[in-house]
Design a protein around this ligand. Structure first.
Ligand SMILES: [Zn+2]
Length: 463
C-alpha cells in the first residue's frame, strides 16, 4: 500500500534518486556548503540539465491517470523534485532567467518575503534580544578543557531523558529510545558549527558552545537550555523522519542524496522548526533540574535553573533566528541588485520587525554576500517559508476532516514524519495516509521494527 506498484515508476524513482545524489554534490560545491567552494564547470551544468530533461521526459511517458493513488503521489513528488532542480539551474546558471520573485514562487509556492514577518513574532523577540544583551555572566570558551569535560559528562543523559519525555508525548517512537542512544554517536563541535543529524552514521553533531558552561566559585556550571532546544529540532524533526522513512520509495527516504532535491526542504525544515516549541516547553518545565554542576569526577549536583537561565536559552535561539532572517533579507536584496542600498535594507528590516535595529548595539555584523551564499538562498529560505506552509497544510487537511481528534494522536504525528515529501505533495500525502490510517498503522509498526533492527546492528558494529 505504501510502496510503488508500477514497475516503470519504481525504476524512475531509482534513477531520480541517483540524480539527486549528483545534484547534491553539485549544490554543496556551488554553495560552498561545507566551506570549500567548487565552481561548477559549464560541462557539469550541461549534463545536469540534459539528464534532468531526460528524466522529466521519462516521467511524462508514464500515464499518471492509470496509476494507483500512492503511485500518483510518488509521480507528483518526482515531478516537483525535478522541476525545482531545473528551476534552480535556470535561475543561477543558464540564460533562461526568471525574476527573483518568479523564481522564489516557482520553488516555494505562494511565499513572499513579507511572510517572513508572519513566521516570526519579531517585535517580542527583538525586545527580548535587547534584554539578553544586558545580561552578564560569560560562558567559558568551547575549547576550554573544563567545558569539554562538563558537556561530555552531562549531555548524553540529558538528551536521553528529553527524548524519553517526547516518547511519552507521542512525538518519538518509544520502542526506539534505548536503541537510538545505544547506536547514536554524539559528536561535539568546538567550532562555530550548529547542530546537525547525520543519518548514514547515526551521528548527532552538537555545538559545544550551546551548552553554556560557566565557572562559579571554582565549579563548572552547565546551562544546557539552548543546546537542548536545538537538539529537539534534530531529534524530533530529522532523526524520527529518517528512522521511519527507510521503507518508503528511494526519493522519499531521509538519505543524504535527497537532501538537496530543493522541493522537500520546506516540509522537513518547516516541521522541524515547528517542533522546537516542545524543546522550549521542556526547558521551561525542567527548570528545577536543568542547572548542573560538574567537577573532575563527573556530575555532582543538580540545582534549580533559575528563570533567567532558562529564558536565556530560549533567547539565544531567538537571537540566532533573528540574525538569520536579517541575513536572508540581505541575500534577497542582493539578488535583486539592490545590495548597495543600506537604507533599503534598513527599511525592509524595519518593516519586518517594527524595530529600528540601528539603535541597538546588539546588531550583529552580517558579513558580505558572496555568490555562493546567494546560491544557497532556496535552502535557507525553506526553513522560514516551511513553517507557514506546514502549519497551513495541516490546518487545511484537518478542516476537511470529520474526526478532528485524530490530528492530536501519535499516529498522525507518525504520518507527518513519514517520507520526505515535496511541499507540493505533502497535503495530498496527509489526506491519503489519514484516509488509510489502519493500513498506515500497520506500515508504521513495520517501519519502527525495521528501524529497531538497523539500530541494533549499528550499535553492534560500534562495539
Ligand atoms: Zn533542520
Amino acid at each position: 500500500m505504501f510502496q510503488i506498484e508500477r514497475e516503470e515508476l519504481k525504476r524512475l524513482d531509482e534513477r531520480v534518486f541517483e540524480y539527486n545524489g549528483r545534484f547534491a554534490s553539485f549544490y554543496i560545491g556551488a554553495t560552498a556548503f561545507y566551506g570549500d567552494s567548487l565552481d561548477p564547470s559549464p560541462e557539469c551544468i550541461r549534463l545536469l540539465s540534459k539528464d534532468n530533461d531526460e528524466l522529466r521526459k521519462a516521467l511524462t511517458g508514464i500515464r499518471r491517470r492509470g496509476l494507483s493513488e500512492f503511485d500518483r503521489l510518488v509521480y507528483d513528488h518526482l515531478r516537483s523534485n525535478l522541476s525545482a532542480q531545473r528551476a534552480y539551474l535556470n535561475f543561477y546558471f543558464l540564460d533562461k532567467k526568471p525574476s527573483v520573485d518568479e523564481f522564489i514562487a516557482k520553488l516555494l509556492g505562494n511565499f513572499s518575503m513579507d511572510s517572513l514577518a508572519e513566521s516570526y513574532d519579531d517585535n517580542i523577540e527583538a525586545r527580548l534580544l535587547v534584554l539578553e544583551g544586558r545580561r552578564g555572566m560569560l560562558p567559558l570558551r568551547s575549547s576550554d578543557e573544563r567545558v569539554q569535560h562538563a558537556v561530555r559528562e552531562t549531555v548524553p543523559e540529558l538528551l536521553k531523558q528529553m527524548t524519553a519525555h517526547y516518547a511519552k508525548l507521542g512525538l518519538f517512537p518509544g520502542e526506539l529510545v534505548e536503541e537510538l542512544f545505544r547506536a547514536m554517536h554524539i559528536r561535539y563541535d568546538p567550532e562555530e558549527g550548529g547542530s546537525s543529524w547525520w543519518k548514514e552514521s547515526y551521528t548527532l553533531e552538537l555545538a559545544i558552545k550551546e551548552f553554556n558552561v560557566y565557572q562559579i566559585r571554582g565549579r563548572s556550571r552547565v546551562n544546557p537550555s539552548t543546546g537542548l532546544i536545538n537538539s529537539t529540532h534534530e531529534i524530533l524533526g530529522h532523526t524520527v523522519r529518517d528512522l521511519i522513512s527507510e521503507e518508503m520509495p528511494r526519493t522519499l527516504t531521509g538519505d543524504n542524496k535527497n537532501f538537496f532535491n530543493l522541493c522537500s526542504m520546506q516540509t522537513i525544515e518547516g516541521y522541524a522548526f515547528l517542533l522546537e516549541r516542545f524543546g522550549e516547553d521542556y526547558v521551561r518545565n525542567q527548570e528545577s533540574k536543568l542547572s548542573l554542576e560538574v567537577d573532575a569526577r563527573g556530575l555532582r549536583k543538580r540545582s534549580p535553573l533559575n528563570q533567567d537561565e532558562s529564558a536565556r536559552g530560549v533567547l539565544r535561539i531567538s537571537s540566532q533566528r533573528l540574525v538569520e532572517i536579517r541575513y536572508l533579507v540581505k541575500l534577497y536584496l542582493s539578488l535583486k541588485g539592490e545590495e548597495q542600498s543600506n537604507i533599503n535594507e534598513a527599511r525592509v528590516w524595519r518593516r519586518f520587525t517594527g524595530v529600528d535595529f540601528a539603535r541597538y548595539r546588539a546588531l550583529p555584523n552580517l558579513g558580505s554576500v558572496t555568490l555562493e551564499k546567494q546560491r544557497d538562498l532556496p535552502h535557507r529560505l525553506s526553513y522560514w517559508a516551511g513553517i507557514q506552509k506546514v502549519r497551513d497544510t495541516i490546518d487545511r487537511v484537518k478542516a476537511s476532516h470529520e474526526d478532528k481528534s485524530f490530528f492530536e494522536t501519535p499516529l498522525f504525528n507518525a504520518i507527518l514524519s513519514t517520507g520526505t515529501w515535496s511541499w507540493e505533495v505533502f497535503g495530498d500525502w496527509l489526506r491519503y495516509a489519514v484516509a488509510h490510517k489502519t493500513e498506515f498503522e500497520e506500515h508504521y509498526a513495520l517501519a519502527v521494527a525495521g528501524s529497531k533492527k538497523r539500530l541494533v546492528q549499528h550499535a553492534g558494529k560500534n562495539r
